[in-house]
Design a protein around this ligand. Structure first.
Ligand SMILES: Cc1cc2nc3c(=O)[nH]c(=O)nc-3n(C[C@H](O)[C@H](O)[C@H](O)COP(=O)(O)OP(=O)(O)OC[C@H]3O[C@@H](n4cnc5c(N)ncnc54)[C@H](O)[C@@H]3O)c2cc1C
Length: 447
């Protein structure tokens, strides 16, 4: 049991936690981060695999994402584009097709432009998704139901469904239409810019470079291997207890644990019902991402399979020693063992001719108890029924994370936005729990 009472204990060293810790410790507050893993970064992880550094989790960033873009500028980090595809392969109407990438983009746009046309109508102020009530009338509608109601069966609909299964990294039957519209509202209703934001610009030095810069800037110490099991708040201090018997206490806590992983954490006093229901509902994104090394050098390509395929999207990313490295995604991690090169080869070969998979690399985020989901994507009803409750403080415990962001929820940007917000909330809680004159100054500087 530690004796020190910190001002803030931050649970989780992903981008939300690193942001909150930096914001608060730079104001002179004492901050301790506890993290279950042996590294920072959370669902971002730059790791050396298949002969080079690869992003095992979150990767792409964009200038339409204000929080992460500002961080890149702050630390002098640059971006580099993924290669422009020269060839496209897709599955539609029960058969394989091949053509130019523009042809595939036109096919997606042919239906998608109409599908997302109401994005700004429902989300006129995208970073304040609940600024108007209209979206509540459609929050029960799934992406699948809306697509099937709006477009007849056939090739254009197949392509649209697969595109959104890719975006949700999950099945579409309970994927919220509001989540799809929120995404596209963030790029002013332009789905093509949105797609560019999702899969084009990578951070030079990897996401690890940004996480390290933010962590180094914070000065908050990180206690690794600290898996929080129980959080108690006696009204003056919050104590976080690990599975192996350690405790860290602070006047306030910022909890950045992903929704699915929060199910394993007990709270005293218990969380209110709406929070628990939101945690139980969780996210629909329980898919997979896999890196694939192909024998031989290939021109960059993009490939879109069927919405229910175990792997439904591929994009060539790198050349290495005469081989090609491709990234693949699928909407249901339980449908394929992506550590099995032969299984991955089988899926890729459904679209791309003459492929020879020599090695694969991945991490099963959906099965990982510290994430339980990939990039957070809301189910039907989540936005109207649970997001506001999940964002609320619980006594001296604040919540943050990409799961509950207002803007680019599901992205690194959302994690940073939410981490900033939680820092402001933590300062407010400290007003009541620490000497008032110190904290008023902190609040003023965070405003
Ligand atoms: C495969 C994949 C691809 C993605 N692609 C992109 C992309 O291209 N662009 C993009 O912007 N975003 C992408 N994302 C999403 C992005 O990575 C996340 O939204 C963001 O990193 C989440 O940050 P966070 O701080 O909210 O949560 P996390 O990064 O999950 O951080 C939470 C931290 O809490 C820790 N933790 C969990 N439980 C406990 C516990 N009980 N005790 C202590 N610590 C605990 C975890 O270990 C973790 O470090 C992707 C994510 C995945 C998985």
């Amino acid at each position: 049991m530690e004796d020190e009472l910190y001002d803030v204990v931050v649970v989780g060293a992903g981008f939300a936690g690193l942001t909150a810790a930096r914001e608060l410790s730079r104001q002179g507050l004492s901050v301790r981060i506890v993290e279950a893993r042996d590294r920072i970064g959370g669902r971002t992880w730059t790791d050396h695999r298949l002969g080079r550094d690869l992003e095992i989790g979150g990767t792409w960033v964009h200038w339409t994402q204000p929080y992460v873009w500002a961080e890149l500028k702050r630390y002098g980090l640059d971006t580099t584009p993924s290669p422009e595809p020269e060839r496209a392969y897709w599955w539609a109407g029960g058969s394989r097709h091949e053509g130019g990438p523009d042809e595939l983009m036109e096919l997606i746009g042919g239906t998608n432009a109409a599908f997302v046309q109401d994005a700004r109508k429902y989300f006129p102020v995208p970073f304040s998704p609940m600024s108007r009530d209209d979206f509540k009338a459609i929050d029960h509608v799934s992406v699948q139901d809306r697509i099937r109601e709006q477009f007849p069966a056939g090739a254009p609909r197949d392509i649209l469904e697969s595109f959104w299964a890719l975006n949700f990294n999950g099945p579409l039957n309970n994927a919220a239409l509001t989540q799809a519209l929120r995404w596209v509202a963030l790029t002013n209703g332009d789905w093509a810019v949105n797609f560019e934001a999702c899969a084009t610009y990578k951070i030079v030095g990897g996401t690890a470079a940004l996480a390290a810069a933010m962590c180094g800037d914070s000065g908050a110490g990180v206690e690794y291997g600290f898996t929080v099991r129980h959080i108690s708040d006696d009204g003056g201090a919050v104590s976080v207890h690990s599975t192996d018997g350690r405790t860290v206490s602070a006047r306030t806590a910022v909890v950045t644990v992903p929704l699915h992983a929060l199910r394993a954490v007990d709270f005293d006093p218990p969380l209110p019902r709406a929070k628990n229901e939101g945690i139980s509902l969780g996210q629909v994104s329980r898919g997979t991402k896999v890196w694939i090394r192909l024998r031989g050098c290939r021109a960059p390509f993009v490939a879109l399979g069927g919405a229910d395929w175990p792997l439904n999207f591929f994009q060539a990313e790198y050349g290495i020693d005469g081989d090609t490295i491709v990234v693949g995604f699928g909407p249901d991690a339980s449908k394929i063992d992506v550590e099995d090169a032969a299984a991955v080869q089988h899926q890729l070969a459904r679209l791309v001719p003459d492929v020879d998979v020599v090695a694969v690399a991945s991490h099963n985020w959906a099965a990982d108890p510290l994430s339980g989901e990939t990039w957070p994507m809301h189910a039907t009803g989540f936005l109207s029924r649970y997001l506001p409750a999940l964002q609320e403080a619980h006594g001296g415990v604040l919540f943050a994370g990409s799961d509950i962001a207002n803007g680019w929820g599901g992205f690194i940007d959302g994690a940073i936005e939410s981490g900033m917000e939680s820092a402001r909330q933590a300062a407010a809680v400290l007003v009541g729990r620490r000497r008032t004159h110190d904290v008023t100054a902190v609040q003023a500087s965070l405003r």
